[in-house]
Design a binder for this molecule. Structure first.
Ligand code: AKB
Length: 326
């Protein structure tokens, strides 16, 4: 039975990927690691399987891999796009330094690696509609530079050292368990909290800013399915385009309004995040993922909105939610 290490485990993805991995492979086989300590009311079951790991310290990763006899690493620790623009040096150190250390540990202990790339790995010279699997990648953000370079570094380790590294170019992720922090697509999560609490949301992207999005249950399933896929069938391994919906703030607001009549959205554009969004694809072509390992999303805009409102509704309007800051 394999043992899995997840880095950056208390972030938006880890908070839902870990329970999915625990359910599939058994909680004792999933080692949760983060530079932060477990939040007091962590949705993630940590108990004995927590390691405090700073990914910029190779020794800490090596130690966790050795101690727990790890053979698969899901490397989630990274800064997101908007915060990476505020702190480009730190973003390089965490996103690239952390990935390099994870790949080095994987090389030494022959681990398989999952690396989350992003729509941010593309730039303004990339075709923005039906963005092909193989196309121009000249990102203009530090986040994008680390994602495009990260894809190349993973390819290098695969070709040079025979490492099994797989990855996805993830779109904006919509989730109700943990909130994202510092991303350009965060509006698509914030809007649900504000709609449920105040029937009003002020969006930092313009109404027609179309980007790819995916509901988190689809995203965690995609990661696990890719890692379980027959390696011989994978033409790209790292990193596959995946998407579930291509939507703009005005589309999402319209869908929410079907369930919360009177919901109002207005706009106060943040020039930094708007210019990041304007440099990203509007819709990805994910046909390679569909053909090579059977990828198919289960949630479209309508299905995701119903599920988000139902699950978040209890959390936001319950006693804990009323006490939490907006
Ligand atoms: C971000 O907005 O930075 C991320 C992403 C699309 O990679 N959600």
């Amino acid at each position: 039975m394999s043992n899995i290490l997840v880095t950056g485990a208390f972030g938006q993805i880890g908070s839902e990927l870990i329970p999915a991995l625990q359910q599939r492979y058994g909680a004792e086989h999933v080692i949760v690691s983060d530079i932060r300590m477990a939040p007091l009311q962590s949705p993630v079951m940590v108990e004995r399987n927590f390691e405090h790991v700073d990914c910029t310290e190779l020794q800490q990763i090596l130690e966790a891999v050795r101690r727990h006899d790890i053979d698969t690493i899901y490397h989630l620790a990274a800064l997101l796009s908007a915060v990476a623009e505020e702190m480009p040096h730190l973003a390089w150190s965490i996103n690239m330094g952390g990935l390099y250390n994870v790949l080095e540990a994987a090389r030494q202990y022959r681990c398989r690696v999952f690396f989350p790339s992003s729509i941010g790995a593309f730039g303004p010279s990339t075709p923005r509609d039906h963005t092909p699997q193989v196309t121009i990648q000249r990102p203009t953000t530090m986040y994008g530079v680390t994602k495009a370079s990260g894809e190349l570094l993973c390819d290098y380790y695969a070709a040079r050292f025979g490492l099994d590294v797989r990855g996805l170019r993830l779109p904006g992720l919509i989730s109700y368990v943990a909130r994202p922090g510092g991303g350009t697509t965060d509006y698509a999560v914030e809007i649900f909290y504000q709609a449920l609490r105040y029937k009003h949301y002020r969006c930092f992207l313009g109404p027609a800013t179309r980007l790819d999005m995916m509901y988190m249950p689809d995203a965690t399933r995609a990661m696990i399915e890719l890692m379980e896929a027959d390696g011989a069938a994978l033409k790209y391994r790292n990193a596959y385009n995946v998407t579930a919906m291509s939507i703009a703030p005005e589309d999402l607001a319209g869908e929410i309004r079907k369930h919360i009549p009177g919901f109002v959205i207005d706009y106060q554009i943040d020039p930094v995040r708007q210019s990041i969004a304007d440099s990203w694809p509007r819709s990805l072509d994910d046909s390679a993922a569909r053909a090579d390992w059977g990828w198919a999303p289960r949630f479209d805009l309508a299905g995701m909105t119903v599920d988000m409102l139902a699950r978040l509704g209890e959390k936001v309007t319950g006693p804990e939610g009323r006490r939490a800051p907006a």
